[in-house]
Design a protein around this ligand. Structure first.
Ligand SMILES: [Zn+2]
Length: 358
């Protein structure tokens, strides 16, 4: 089934993990194992590559640019100036462009390119390798040196932005941080609204989340976010936040980062099988949102697979991202209609994009 994944850090994997995503997942992992690479905990544990996306008919993804700025004393990994962070995101953009030149990917940035692309993937008459469509999104706004850089990014295709990531941000405090957006964050939202850039509410800390919803009048989604009712941590949304997003017409993407799927996970210690973290757990989160909404119109897939973690922190029954093609069967077993299942796998994101870009 044609599937949309609303959150993948593809270019981060290409540039920071040195992964050639045109290879199979097995080839990527084999090379990392043969080289004995151990610079990152997820070496040899990749689950995402372009052939794996095609295998599962994941024909459209929201793909990120991501680079954090860290002030002195901030222990998180990141760049020491916003200009360096900007340059990193431009390298990431250059990789997406090179994938376009190679026929591996294609940028989707307006209604016409969206409709043409979806038809290409759905009508089934084209044989051979189809390019994976990508909608460019920025995860964390630290690299926007000043607001004039947002327009540059828009010209390069940026269509969604999450102001925050982990920790204190230049425009908004994110996961594990706290506090308001402040004037800088609100100016960013105003400029996003002018440019019709989608607000990604994922990673905003609670106070900034509510402030952002109050101040931003454009379209809002949450590309990769699970439920606090099931895994009690500020990274996940409370039921109150989910209901507010539903009222705004948002779609929320279920994420496959194991610590966000099952309670009690200790990073670097817990293992998926001993924590009983299988793919069904994301369906629990998706189903919880549907119970709050009273329908299946506000959920989608936003895996975040290979988002600085690999199989050691993913569902144990997932070998590659292609395994998300088992989610429709899981939804069916829980009584979801075939119409609802199509909405979850692509229809809700498409409706959202058509409204935003129409
Ligand atoms: Zn994230």
């Amino acid at each position: 089934m044609f599937t949309i994944d609303a959150h993948l850090d593809l270019s981060m994997n290409a540039l920071e993990w040195n992964r050639d995503l045109t290879l199979t997942v097995e080839q990527i992992n084999q090379r990392e194992r043969e080289m004995g690479m151990n610079d990152k905990p997820d070496r040899g544990n990749a689950t995402v590559s372009l052939p794996a996306l095609r295998e599962a008919e994941i024909g459209l993804v929201v793909a990120t640019q991501i680079a954090r700025y860290v002030a002195p004393g901030n222990p998180l990994p990141g760049w020491h100036s916003p200009e360096q962070a900007w340059a990193q995101t431009q390298g990431q953009l250059a990789w997406y462009r090179a994938m376009e030149d190679k026929g591996e990917m294609v940028q989707i940035n307006n209604l016409a390119s969206l409709e043409e692309h979806v038809t290409r993937w759905q009508d089934g008459t084209e044989s051979g390798k189809k390019p994976v469509g990508y909608i460019l999104s920025l995860e964390g706004a630290d690299s926007i040196v000043n607001l004039s850089y947002l327009e540059k990014s828009y010209q390069a295709g940026l269509r969604a932005l999450g102001p925050a990531h982990y920790g204190p941000g230049r425009y908004a405090p994110g996961t594990d941080a706290s506090g308001p957006l402040g004037p800088k964050g609100r100016d960013l939202l105003r400029e996003m609204e002018r440019l019709s850039i989608i607000l990604d509410a994922t990673h905003l800390c609670d106070e900034s989340f509510w402030e952002a919803l109050d101040h931003f009048n454009g379209p809002v989604w949450a590309s990769h976010n699970n439920c606090r009712a099931l895994v009690n941590h500020n990274r996940q949304f409370s039921d109150e936040q989910i209901k507010a997003l539903i009222d705004r017409g948002a779609v929320i993407g279920g994420a496959l980062d194991a610590w966000m799927m099952v309670p009690g996970w200790t990073k670097g210690v817990s293992l998926p099988r001993e924590m009983n973290c299988d793919l069904e757990k994301v369906v629990d989160h998706l189903d919880h949102i549907c119970q709050l909404a009273g329908n299946a119109d506000h959920i989608g897939i936003g895996t975040d697979l290979d988002g600085a973690y690999g199989r050691e922190q993913s569902p144990y029954d997932l070998e590659t991202i292609a395994d998300i093609s088992r989610i429709p069967g899981m939804l069916q077993k829980r009584g979801y209609s075939s119409e609802d299942i199509q909405q979850v796998m692509h229809g809700n994101w498409l409706r959202f994009l058509r409204d935003a870009w129409g």
